[in-house]
Design a protein around this ligand. Structure first.
Ligand code: SF4
Ligand code: SF4
Length: 339
């Protein structure tokens, strides 16, 4: 089984324990954070394993690349802690298993990896995605979702096969080497997660926002600035690839969108609540969504922009109810291109 590249000496030398101190859910003081950190380093059953809501944020908070969240998930599994009830966990593991039904299909660049979101295929249209090919399904599904389930062994077991499927059936026979990841989660899997576990990725993953910026630059003359104000809802997967978050403002600047300032954004972003629902933390999920919506409402923005389809599906109704328009980033860009 693949091993996490975890260096305990990084943590034992760390005096600030940002991973636990900055967590928005644990509420530790420094002395408690230091002692729980020691338990985690030693591989013990820290209270963190029970209380973590799997928001992924500590991966971003650690200034040394110490992989605190992957370590937490590893230990949850070792100690038999199930953040999500085992029945739901089992259902997910079975229903999203690779089917080994993938076959070669003629495709061409740009090649868009839609993960397990076939319902979004209608979004791959218009000038932004002109002549794009797409693929999706459980045979190419990144499987990073099991970080929410304390079941990283499933991801580790399936990921090499998934990577090989993409190489063998989608890329190599079509002489393509780049893959545009529609979802942050896939990009994070093929870049940082794979690196943390020493998994080789024989293709170049491209972040959706890098792709969009490239297309907008090519079609600069077609852009009609939207002249709107928008809030941006950051998703959990983006905590694994924080360097891509800056691209939001670059895109907004190109299409005439002013991003409003909010309390729960950037490094203070809150989970949409979907994972909390799955973990049966109903009260916390309700309270988190209440805080998100109050924050959005007081921001004065007309639109709330998402990258993660799951965050959009979870929040869109409530966002509409407070008079705002929920929209995925690619759809917003298509509007600026007149599509
Ligand atoms: S994971 Fe990072 S922030 Fe946390 S104790 Fe280790 S080095 Fe410090
Ligand atoms: S994943 Fe989120 S909830 Fe869990 S310890 Fe890290 S910051 Fe806290």
């Amino acid at each position: 089984m693949l091993e996490l590249r975890f260096d305990p000496s990084l943590c034992t030398r760390c005096e600030t324990v940002d991973c636990l101190m900055r967590c928005q859910y644990l509420g530790f003081d420094l002395s408690r954070a230091l002692s729980e950190r020691d338990v985690l380093v030693q591989g013990g059953k820290s209270q963190v394993l029970e209380d973590c809501v799997t928001c992924y944020a500590c991966e971003e908070y650690c200034p040394y690349g110490g992989h605190p969240f992957y370590r937490i998930v590893e230990l949850q599994e070792r100690h038999g802690i199930h953040p999500v009830p085992p029945q739901i966990e089992e259902h997910q593991i079975t229903s999203l298993a690779p089917r080994e039904k993938i076959q070669y299909r003629e495709m061409h660049a740009p090649l868009i990896d839609l993960c397990t979101f076939p319902m979004l295929k209608e979004s791959i249209r218009g000038p932004l995605f002109e002549n794009a090919s797409l693929f999706w399904g459980t045979d190419v599904f990144c499987n990073l979702i099991y970080l929410h389930f304390g079941k990283v062994s499933i991801t580790k077991q399936r990921l090499p096969l998934i990577i090989d499927n993409i190489r063998k059936f989608c890329l190599e026979p079509n002489h393509i080497n780049e893959l545009v990841c529609y979802h942050d989660e896939c990009y994070a899997t093929f870049t940082v997660f794979a690196r943390a576990y020493g998994i080789e990725v024989p293709f170049k993953p491209v972040h959706l926002y890098d792709y969009i910026l490239g297309r907008l630059a090519q079609m600069k003359d077609r852009i009609r600035p939207l002249n709107i104000t928008a809030a941006y809802h950051r998703n959990c997967s983006n905590r694994l690839i924080p360097e891509t978050h800056a691209l939001v403002d670059e895109i907004f600047a190109l299409i005439g969108v002013e991003r409003v300032k909010r309390r729960y954004e950037d490094q203070n972003a809150l989970c949409c609540g979907l994972s909390l629902d799955a973990q049966q933390r109903t009260e916390l999920a309700r309270d988190t969504r209440r805080r998100i919506l109050e924050d959005l409402q007081s921001s004065g923005a007309t639109h709330c922009v998402y990258n993660c389809p799951m965050c959009l599906f979870t929040l869109q109704e409530s966002v509409r109810a407070i008079g705002m328009t929920p929209i995925l980033m690619p759809d917003l860009c298509q509007m600026a291109l007149g599509a």
